[in-house]
Design a protein. Structure first.
Length: 96
């Protein structure tokens, strides 16, 4: 398999857009299914998922306004760690 054409710097926005599109589609299907079946528990779960999506969007926009400092290097490992930390923080916030 030839992989020499693969660039190590994957466009982060492309990945995020694909992830959000899949999430939006899944959310819409889940909401429609819960409403059709009149399932209160499923509807509550879908609403919590929607709250998580809103919190995620709001948090990303807020974080984008904070200037980056040069104290720590901004490498791929740091970005992955911050992304995982952000996901966990938002997951816990949407549970409350």
């Amino acid at each position: 398999m030839e992989i020499s054409g693969i660039n190590g710097n994957i466009n982060k926005n492309t990945i995020e857009n694909a992830k959000n599109k899949a999430t939006d589609s899944d959310f819409e299907k889940s909401l429609q299914r819960a409403m059709d079946q009149k399932d209160e528990q499923q509807l509550k779960k879908v609403c919590k998922d929607f709250e998580g999506i809103l919190l995620n969007m709001m948090y990303k926009e807020m974080k984008a306004t904070v200037p980056k400092s040069g104290l720590l290097p901004n490498d791929m490992g740091n970005e992955i760690f911050e992304s995982m930390l952000d996901d966990k923080l938002l997951e816990e916030a949407s549970k409350g």
